[in-house]
Design a protein around this ligand. Structure first.
Ligand code: ZN
Ligand code: ZN
Length: 353
């Protein structure tokens, strides 16, 4: 009788609560890493190429711990970027309300996953091999059932609680917090045409996905942090994998350099402004929010109007920006004069590290 009671109480591992909590944090973190590195950056955006062994490890792990199917996840997410904040966005808190996306995010995902049109239209390039069709997709719920058995074998009755935490992790942190809060609360480095926010500057708990505004401003960048004070743990893992020859990230967007001796507006300036367009729009927006005078508002509108034009030749862009800088310098508003000086000194450096 005693070994049976022992087994029910502690499982095969015999671990007490500290070990079990540590285990739970580790396995849920691996799941988050799988979502951000494999599903999001590799599959949905092709921002990083993974070695087949790494790629398959994550595919297996996500089947075992979440039951999510790569094709469904990647296509729903691509549609989110394509239709962001419209009625067709599969999970917009601006359209559906924050609490719906926060607490019913997993239902929204399941609902969208049933829509074959989404996978047909947005599912290109996702895995479609034998094991995908016959195991991971056909028996998508089998993995989490096995996981329950493994947990109970390892930890006895406490294994059920570990399993429950694992089942709640992705619906809460990915579907709820990133898709909900990431389009609701936080700060913006870039004035991207959506409401995406950076929730926290330190992307550890949800693998870097905290930096959701940076991601929307530059969706194909494998790195989600952009300011010196921001940290993206997913990017750290990708760099470690790359050092081991197991990942090939896409080149990072070039960084803009500021050279006060330049002071001219040419093709280089336009390239630098265009590559950081949303960031420059955010800066001007902030200037206008601080100075509510009419000239300030006109300067902001004028700056926005230049970059809102659909077909703008290089010559037209140079002329329009030169003209705008003259107006800013003549405005007598110090903040705009500084901004115009900064624009004139901008050029593109090499890719950032
Ligand atoms: Zn988003
Ligand atoms: Zn994305």
């Amino acid at each position: 009788m005693e070994p049976l009671i022992d087994f029910v109480a502690f499982g095969l591992s015999g671990w007490e609560w500290l070990g079990i909590v540590g285990y739970t944090l580790l396995v849920t973190h691996i799941t988050i890493a799988g979502v951000t590195i494999y599903l999001h950056r590799c599959q949905a955006h092709r921002a990083v190429e993974l070695h087949p062994v790494v790629s398959h490890f994550f595919r297996f792990w996500l089947w075992l711990t979440t039951g999510m199917v790569t094709l469904e996840w990647a296509s729903i997410h691509r549609k989110h970027h394509a239709k962001c904040e419209t009625a067709q966005d599969p999970h917009s808190p601006q359209v559906l309300g924050l609490s719906t996306v926060m607490w019913q995010g997993a239902d929204l995902y399941r609902e969208a996953a049933k829509d074959q049109e989404i996978t047909d239209r947005y599912g290109h390039g996702c895995p479609d091999d034998w094991i995908e069709r016959n195991l991971y997709t056909r028996h998508s719920a089998l993995g989490v059932t096995l996981l329950m058995i493994v947990n109970v074998l390892l930890f006895g009755i406490a294994g059920v609680a570990v399993w429950a935490v694992q089942m709640a992790w992705i619906p809460l942190f990915a579907a709820g917090i990133i898709n909900g809060v990431g389009h609701y609360w936080g700060y913006r480095n870039s004035k991207s045409p959506d409401t995406s926010k950076n929730i926290l500057p330190w992307g550890i708990l949800i693998g870097g996905e905290e930096l959701h505004n940076n991601h929307h401003a530059n969706a194909t960048s494998p790195k989600l942090s952009s300011k010196w004070f921001e940290f993206d743990i997913g990017w750290l893992y990708i760099r470690v994998l790359a050092l081991a020859g197991l990942a090939k990230p896409r080149a990072l967007p070039p960084t803009v350099r500021v050279d006060p001796t330049r002071m001219q507006i040419d093709a280089e300036t336009i390239r630098a402004v265009l590559s950081t367009k949303y960031e420059q729009l955010a800066r001007v927006s902030k200037l206008a929010a601080k100075d509510l005078s009419l000239p300030s508002k006109e300067l902001r509108d004028g700056f926005e109007a230049i970059w809102a034009q659909r077909s703008l030749t290089l010559e037209q862009a140079i002329a329009a920006l030169t003209n705008w800088c003259h107006q800013a310098e003549a405005s007598g508003i110090a903040a705009y004069q500084d901004f115009a000086r900064r624009i004139r000194s901008m050029h593109l450096g090499g890719a950032s590290a």
